[in-house]
Design a protein around this ligand. Sequence first.
Ligand code: SF4
Length: 335
Amino acid sequence: MEEKKVLLDVKNLRTSFFTDAGEVKSVNDVSFHVNEREVVAVVGESGSGKSVTQLSVLQLIQSPPGKIIGGEVWFEGNNLLTYSKKQMCSIRGNGISMIFQEPMTSLNPVYTVGNQLTEVLRAHNKNMSKQEAWKRGVEALAAVGIPDPEERMKNYPFEMSGGMRQRAMIAISVACNSKLIVADEPTTALDVTTQAQVMELLISLVEKKGTSIIVVTHNLGLVTRYADRIYVMYAGRIVESGTTEMLLTNPRHPYTLGLLASVPRLDDNKNEKLVPIEGTPPNLANIPVYCSFYPRCPYACEKCKNEAAPELRPVGETGHFMACHLDVRGGNASA
Ligand code: SF4
């Protein structure tokens, strides 16, 4: 089997926010990687640290109060955490680009989409003429399925639908030939039909352009159909990771089981009742030394409260990891 080449390798990343309430450990010793031409999903509830992890990769954390306090972010052989602001500017767009839930927060409302596309292209390629950038912009809009791209270049963002704006954001990544696109809740603000179209468009870039994609989402159901591998995050840590098939057919962490039971899945035909995860995530300014899922975990036992938080460990097939003192298989827990 052909060995996959690692594109992004994040090691022991730690990011905190220093607030009046204390140190909020949003990203707590997180390691993950993305291979070339791979779709990776990072899944967790709001406040699990999944978005802060990606913002840290791109050094987009607002400082203060935020600070990356440890770790390494290797991209194409370089540790991005040693990069200056100027060096990071050259990585953003050409190397890694990020698209957000609401493109209106990224697109400037007072410039046309064409203006913004050509500006980004010329910022990354100083020798490119305005005409060439315009042509490349039109091609990029066409590539993401925007009809009548010449005319659409002249539109302001408010003249486009939400789905169209998200396509325009993806077009910027396409125009820049980004090797990695980080899509943070890319479809949450869209209706269900448009959600599927935007996801299909993102995934098509893997095949057509060799792009790798990280999809950050609270909706495990959304990504089961598209992701090659999944990282599940809880309270600033990764609690389970593996191929999508491993996590769907043999989930081992109680939180992953809870997520699977609580969301409808596109690949699930059964009319199974959805069961929400009771309780709320812990305060990240006051994370317990024991397992942070303890107060919500249906499998919790004395050991979980008396011992330090479990580390990620291999389980089952190669490439499957989880952080739990027990081993929950098919709903049955064993030590
Ligand atoms: Fe639940 Fe205990 Fe596992 Fe934590 S360590 S997830 S409390 S069973």
